[in-house]
Structure formats: C-alpha cells, structure tokens
Write a protein that binds this ligand. Structure first.
Ligand SMILES: [Zn+2]
Length: 72
C-alpha cells in the first residue's frame, strides 16, 4: 500500500489527497478551491443579505404602540 487515499476535489474534480495530515486543504486540492466552495455555500445560504443579529434585536425591542401612535 503506497498510494494515499485520493478523492476528486469537490470544486475542480482534480484527484487530490483526502487526508488532512497530508493535505491541510482536504478534501480540496488547494486553498483556492476550498474558498470557491465556501463562497458557493454562502451564496446559496445568504442569497439575500441577512440582517445582523444586532439589528434583529433592535427591531424586537421597538415599542409597537409608539409606532401606531405616530401614525395617527
Ligand atoms: Zn480543486
């Protein structure tokens, strides 16, 4: 057994060593491919810019009665 475990890079399909101790960017062939895949994931998850947790908290603490009073 002289062959390391190899698997195709999820990004570019290049056969790459899939062992972390041998390849820090496993299962990707390079840091670039790792970032490309990460970017793809973020794109799918956050197609619309998600509000920051801080903003969400601010909205929740807004007094609704005050807003209504201002409307009339
Ligand atoms: Zn790659």
């Amino acid at each position: 057994m002289n062959a390391l475990t190899r698997a195709p890079c999820p990004t570019c399909r290049t056969l790459t060593v899939a062992i972390r101790s041998e390849n820090p960017t496993a299962p990707f062939c390079s840091t670039r491919c790792k970032l490309v895949d990460l970017g793809r994931w973020l794109d799918e998850s956050y197609g619309v810019p998600a509000p920051l947790a801080e903003d969400e908290d601010e909205l929740e603490s807004l007094p609704v009665s005050n807003a209504r009073r201002g409307d009339t």
